[in-house]
Write a protein that binds this ligand. Structure first.
Ligand code: CA
Length: 667
């Protein structure tokens, strides 16, 4: 595409920003219609694009798929759009142009630039052109009957964070469609030992939702010769990523294949969460900026792009047309692709009003749609702190959850210091932080905030706002973190620490979340042989891909995770969704041994069949005795085993808890 010849001056930029924020612009140039993009049916095709400052807009139509050599390509026709209401340009054509490639030529400030359409629903390989699509032609068979699992409350969810490529790239996966949407739709796959891999493994594990790292169209991977990238560099928000399709050159294939993947996950009883990255675009020279310069971005007073994402720019979600873009985009994925929720990258860069507007729109579609995000920013952001959708402000956003970094760091130590230990690795004075996390960071009468090291306030209104975890794509895997922070320990001891870590966040009030492979001690040794890769966003598949033969090696750990998940699903006591219920039904045991935590879920908490559940956490390197209420207790979990069927009895009011382990009892 043509580059702009001369950069605008600071004065010109400021003049535009002043205009965007003027009353006249807000009144006359904010478009509220729902027909932006190219809409194609058998009756014809309509183009509608928002570019209020343009002097002229033409659509370029390319009937041949020449995108691969686009620099030499010339459109077959250029047709002017007519200026329409509220800053839009419009063209209606009689022909159904399904499959036709298009771009816009925008004339503004004396120059003309070509751009793709930010509202496009399909594109050519690598997003070089937008493509007209009749979406009714993209549905897999049976799509009209497809729906996700029902979720009575957010705390019933158990989230499994997965990168599409990671799942299948390693030969041990046994998956044929390697690195593709369809790889996640394959069933009947197994590793060398005959253990389930891929979709069947996830189903057997028992999680409720698969949370997918970015699978909208991102920029960094050549779709025609793909390699690994996490994908946090958005190109086209409303289009699936082409490198995950079997044919990036055919614009409809990626759409149909992503839908097929969603359908397969739903058929397995699993929900699908999309990781969405609306906080920045891969480049500031984006379709947004070519259509409405600087409108979509937060700018510094000197005319440069603000960089709260630490990726070169940040979107101005507080502006009405950016807000409505996010609202419409999430609604589109929920309705057209049947996804079951969203994880917002750097949600702290989004303004509270926008997040509320998204929640309200998703509630109209299905109130069960999950919303959660990173309650922080990536860098300095000009949006006032009181307006940001951060963890600190999450109580202003009912129905939206934030990642609980307090519990994460208390359990395993800081993610910013690989050697720092946490509760499970033997660091002392973290019990109150653990207790704080166990309550879902919502108010509880037994928590003394002055003793919580990592938080000054109860930030969650309810545990439904709290995502509990110890591993994600960012930072070291849990197993690697244990290796770095407890390098002198034996492997068997680190396995006990790992199990204890999992037992804490799986029995904590809130929404549990973990990185794919944590259940079989996933490791990412650095490609250069030096330590571990804690930022593998563009590391090779050899680092990132799940190694399914390690599942065989660590099968006992996997069984333990399965047991914890089954136990959580069987017992609503772990899944209360209201802080008041937790205050009434969760009590911490007094007089516990030093450096331990014990709690009781009592009074058939959450409607549980068990009258009482007792969870005892001992990170100490020796067994310790706990005083517990006098009863005949059945053992659901200890340091070795966990499941819904008890495997032993503890009688009376004393329980010994083995070194570095948890004991979960019930009666
Ligand atoms: Ca792409």
């Amino acid at each position: 595409m043509k580059q702009s010849q001369k950069s605008p001056t600071k004065k010109q930029i400021v003049a535009k920003l002043t205009r965007y924020d003027s009353e006249a612009f807000l009144r006359d140039d904010t478009y509220t219609g729902n027909d932006l993009g190219a809409t194609c049916t058998n009756e014809g095709t309509a183009f509608c694009v928002w570019s209020p400052l343009a002097d002229a807009v033409q659509v370029c139509l390319y009937t041949e798929n020449t995108a691969a050599s686009h620099t030499a390509a010339v459109p077959d026709v250029r047709i002017p759009l007519q200026k329409s209401s509220h800053g839009t340009w419009y063209l209606k054509m009689e022909e159904p142009l399904h499959g036709t490639h298009y771009t816009y030529l925008v004339t503004m400030d004396g120059k003309t630039q070509e751009t793709t359409d930010p509202y496009a629903r399909a594109c050519s390989a690598n997003g070089i052109r937008s493509v007209v699509v009749d979406l009714s032609k993209t549905n897999p068979e049976g799509w009209e009957n497809d729906h996700g699992p029902s979720l009575a409350k957010p705390t019933d969810a158990i989230l499994y964070e997965l990168h599409i490529r990671d799942l299948s790239m390693d030969s041990s996966s046994g998956i044929l469609q390697k690195g593709r949407f369809l790889g996640l739709a394959e069933t009947g796959t197994h590793n060398k030992a005959g253990l389930f891999t891929g979709l069947d493994h996830i189903k057997e594990l028992g999680v409720t939702h698969v949370h997918l790292l970015p699978c909208f169209d991102y920029a960094s991977v050549d779709e025609l010769c793909p390699d690994f990238n996490w994908g946090y560099d958005p190109a086209n928000y409303n289009i699936p990523e082409g490198s995950y399709s079997s044919d990036p050159n055919d614009a409809t294939v990626r759409i149909r294949e992503m839908k097929t993947m969603v359908q397969a996950l739903h058929a397995a009883g699993l929900g699908v969460i999309m990781d969405v990255v609306y906080n920045h675009t891969s480049t500031a020279d984006s379709h947004f900026n070519r259509l409405v310069p600087y409108y979509y971005y937060r700018m510094n007073p000197d005319g440069s792009f603000s960089d709260g994402s630490a990726c070169g720019n940040e979107t101005a979600t507080e502006r009405p047309m950016v807000r409505s873009f996010l609202v419409d985009s999430t609604a589109y994925w929920a309705q057209e692709y049947h996804v079951d929720g969203f994880r917002f990258d750097l949600m702290g860069l989004h303004d509270i009003g926008t997040m509320k507007a998204i929640r309200a729109r998703l509630d109209e579609i299905n109130p069960q749609l999950l919303m959660y995000g990173e309650g922080w920013t990536g860098g300095t952001c000009p949006l006032p702190e009181t307006m940001r959708a951060t963890k600190q402000n999450i109580s202003l956003l009912p129905g939206i959850a934030a990642f609980n970094d307090n519990l994460r760091d208390a359990i395993k130590g800081s993610v910013f210091n690989e050697k720092e230990k946490g509760f499970v690795t033997g660091r002392k004075n973290l019990c109150e932080d653990i207790r704080f996390g166990i309550c879902g960071c919502a108010p509880h009468p037994q928590i003394h905030l002055e003793n919580v090291r990592s938080a000054a306030a109860f930030w969650a209104l309810s545990p439904a706002q709290c995502v509990n975890y110890v591993s994600a794509h960012d930072n070291l895997t849990l197993w690697d973190k244990l290796a770095c922070s407890f390098s002198t320990g034996t492997k068997s001891l680190r396995i006990r620490m790992n199990k204890l870590a999992a037992a804490i966040y799986m029995t904590a009030q809130g929404i549990p979340f973990f990185q794919a492979g944590e259940e079989f001690l996933r490791s990412k040794p650095a490609a250069d042989g030096t330590g571990f890769d804690e930022n593998s966003y563009r590391s090779p598949d050899s680092v990132n891909a799940l190694k399914w033969d390690t599942l065989t090696k660590h099968y006992a750990v996997y069984e333990y995770y399965r047991g914890l998940i089954a136990l959580r699903k069987a017992h609503p006591a772990f899944r209360m969704d209201c802080a008041k219920d937790i205050a009434a039904h969760l009590s911490f045991l007094a007089n516990v041994p030093e450096n331990t935590v014990g709690f009781l879920l009592h009074g058939h908490a959450g409607g549980d069949v068990l009258e009482e559940i007792c969870v005892l956490l001992n990170p100490n390197r020796v067994a310790v005795p706990f005083d517990i209420p006098d009863a005949v207790w059945e053992i659901y979990a200890d340091g070795e085993r966990c499941g819904i069927t008890p495997h032993g009895i503890v009688r009376g009011k004393n329980a010994m808890v083995a070194a570095v382990s948890c004991l979960i009892l019930g009666h």
